[in-house]
Every structure is written in C-alpha cells, then in structure tokens.
Design a protein around this ligand. Structure first.
Ligand code: KIV
Length: 267
C-alpha cells in the first residue's frame, strides 16, 4: 500500500484531539462518491442516517432501517481504502436497551466492514456507549441538535444553547468510551469550550471553527441540493446545475439527431 492508501485507524483519528491536525469528514452513501471522497483525501466517511432524507427523500431521519444502513454501509466500506468508515445506528436500533444496541452495533460492523458506529446522545446514552465499547466496537457520539429527536425538539435545525448541558453530555460520552464526538448546531463558544475540555476529537457541523474537525453532508457541499442552504453550509461545488445542463444537452441532442455522432458509432 502507498502512503495515500494507508488506512486511518480509530486510535489515529482519536489522537488528533489537542493537536493542530484538522480532521475532515463527509457523508457518502454509495460506491462512486465514497471512492471519490476517499481518493480526494477525506479522513473519515460517515454513512449517515441522513440517507433517509438525502437518498430516500423522507422529511426526517426516522424511517431508515438497519437493513438499509447495512446495505449502504457495505457498499461504502468496499469503496474506501484510507478513510475511517463510520456507520450511523438508525432510530430505534439502540434506544430500547444496551443489549439491543450492542447486538445492532455488532451487526453493522460485521455486515458492512465499517470501522465504527455512531449514535445520538451524550449522558442519556452513556451506558449504551459503554456496553458497545466493551464489545470492542468503537463508538462516535453525536450531541447538540440530534435529528433523531426531531419530534421532541419540535423541528430540525434547533440550536442547543445550554452550554453546561452540552459540556456534561460531551464529558459523559468521553467517560463512557466514545472515541470522538459530533457537535451539531452548537454555538461556537460552547464548541470551543468542549473541544478544549475533552481528550477526544470534536467534529463540528454548524459549530464553528474551534472543533478538531468538520463534517458536511456530501451531496449538500457539492451543491447537489441547492434549495437546502442553512447558514453553516458552504457549497464547494455547483453539481446540480452542471448535471441539469448535461441532461438537457443530452435530451436536445438526441431529439435533434446530433447524438450519437459518427465518433460514437460502431461500423
Ligand atoms: O446523518 C448524518 O448525516 C449526520 C451528520 C449530519 C453528522 O449525522
């Protein structure tokens, strides 16, 4: 294996905490994009339960199932050589009991070949994080705005402003054995305090620049979803417009008879 393809392990990812290294993470759900992100140097690929919204077209992350996460997780893990692959535990795959959680975390790791699982919650899931870790399965926690709590929160996109509770949640996740923690829609000053207080990396989304790393939803940062424009999102590409033009050109050229030309034709 060359230097570019050297696999990033959980201990290596974890060791970025407190250093100058800035971790990068993107979500991906299929072979093509996961392979592209990996080869472009992203440190970690998350098979997020955002799959429910981005790929399946639901309005929340709640409907996606274990079977569907396994299907996409296996495809992504097969495409990736270097990045750390993390698969989300879907809604109701871990909330019932720590026993249920460890069984489902085990299924995700065994059937996908991913490196780690992610679940939402800090203090409230500390026993579950501990039990999964006892089975030697690395866990990434996710606090702040928790999309799986959309019904309790009364909507997506609500910023969590209780700094003490955020810090307590982050500490509880670290104490329980989480190797990293996502901070979603956390005020910048709270994210800074948490990052400086923990010995594990913080990965921010809408949490400002003081986190150890950043995560974005792959299709959103590529501009494939141009109507979704929250403040935290930077669109690094405009792929929707390019794809739209390519398809319109194809339709026009087939209709006009310009495609296929002689260079596309076997004789
Ligand atoms: O499911 C997902 O895409 C996520 C990221 C937004 C962190 O959890």
């Amino acid at each position: 294996m060359g230097e570019q393809a050297r696999k990033i392990s959980v201990p290596e990812f974890r060791s970025a905490a407190g250093t100058d290294r800035r971790l990068t993470m993107l979500t991906a759900y299929d072979f093509l994009w996961a392979g592209l992100f990996d080869q472009a140097g992203v440190d970690s690929i998350l098979v997020g339960d955002s799959l429910s919204m981005v790929v399946q077209g639901h309005s929340t992350t709640l409907p996606v199932t274990m079977k569907q996460m396994i299907y996409h997780g296996e495809i992504v893990a097969r495409a990736v050589q270097r990045a750390l692959v993390v698969v989300d535990m879907p809604f109701m795959s871990y909330q019932v009991s720590p026993e249920q959680a460890v069984r489902n975390a085990g299924r995700l790791i065994k059937k996908t070949g991913a490196d780690a699982v992610k679940l939402e919650g800090g203090a409230i899931q500390s026993e579950t994080i501990r039990v999964i870790g006892r089975a030697d399965i690395p866990v990434m926690a996710h606090i702040g705005m928790r999309p799986q709590a959309v019904r309790q929160l009364g909507g997506m996109g609500r910023i969590q402003r209780n700094v003490q509770q955020l810090l307590d949640d982050a500490r509880a996740a670290e104490d329980a054995g989480a190797f990293a923690i996502i901070l979603e829609l956390v005020p910048e000053e709270a994210a800074k305090l948490i990052t400086e207080s923990l010995g594990i990396p913080t990965i921010g989304i809408g949490a400002g620049k003081h986190c150890t790393g950043q995560v974005l939803v792959g299709p959103d940062m590529l501009g494939l979803n141009p109507n979704f424009r929250p403040r935290f999102l930077k669109q690094f590409g405009e792929l929707r417009a390019q794809a739209d033009k390519a398809v319109r050109d194809y339709v026009a050229e087939v209709r006009s008879g310009d495609f296929p030309g002689p260079e596309h034709t076997h004789r």
